[in-house]
Design a protein around this ligand. Sequence first.
Ligand code: CP
Length: 333
Amino acid sequence: MLGIRDLSSADINGILDTAENFSEISNREVKKVPALRGKTVINLFFEASTRTRTSFELAAKRLSADAVNISVSSSSLSKGETLLDTAMNLDAMAPDCIVVRHSSAGVPHQLAKVSRAAIVNAGDGSNEHPTQALLDAMTIREHKGKIDGLNVAIIGDILHSRVARSNIHLLTKLGAKVKVAGPGTLVPKDFAYFAEARASPPAGGENYDAAVANALASPHAEPTLQVCENIEEAISDADVVMILRIQRERQDSAYFPTLREYAVHYGLTNERLDLAKKDAIVLHPGPMNRGIEIAFEVADSSRSLILDQVKYGVAVRMAVLYLATGGGLTSKE
Ligand code: CP
């Protein structure tokens, strides 16, 4: 599981159906089934994480796998061992699955080349965060009953967001229409290029994001990915409003003047949310910065499904670990 980009819509629906079947296990008094008994899952996180790391560990344990967390600061990486040597040494201990998060795009793909274990991407730089997009999709499906035909607004730091990329892949594959908006400096120019170039698609070989290629290849008559001039245009008539954090850890220069100014122009307030459909839902992958990209009252409102996303994250990761270690797809019951 290296990215949503590699999956078909049938693959995605199969994972979501499997997650749905696993989700009731977390409601039981004894939250454990033997599905992965005898399997070993290693969590190898080179970046901070609360939700993803904990939910992968809980998912492994609820399926009766042995879960091992490697703390990078106390591993031999701090003594100069290379990442690939670390991976090959872990692989020599015969884990069934290695879940990896790294600040550089492509690290999970490199590990997959040297490891016999299944590699699961838990976020690689600004590239992809596939299980986040899957849990977002599960949240949308649970609350809207479908994804096909929905209008989804993705607001904020699109440029540095692996969550945005995985979601654009997933949502457009499943037939949603995605609108993105943020400061001009934080929306990839290739995305804007897509909006302009749709009428006369490039001959090929140009440098534009895979998500754009994906959207161009879409069988839908209407553009499935649209770059909006402002947040109001993106939110207008949305069924789902997804708010992203400003990812200062990935920013190498000043992309906007001040956080206060960002909050004024791009923060999700109740007034802006009123532009969306009456029953629109609000998602945020977390960690959220209250008062910056999302107002306190929106984060705490009944339209906010932020904690539901975290809940569904455990079920999605159970499904991904199960399927990555050889389990078969289960259909929706
Ligand atoms: N959404 C997400 O990836 O959160 P963490 O960084 O806490 O894992």
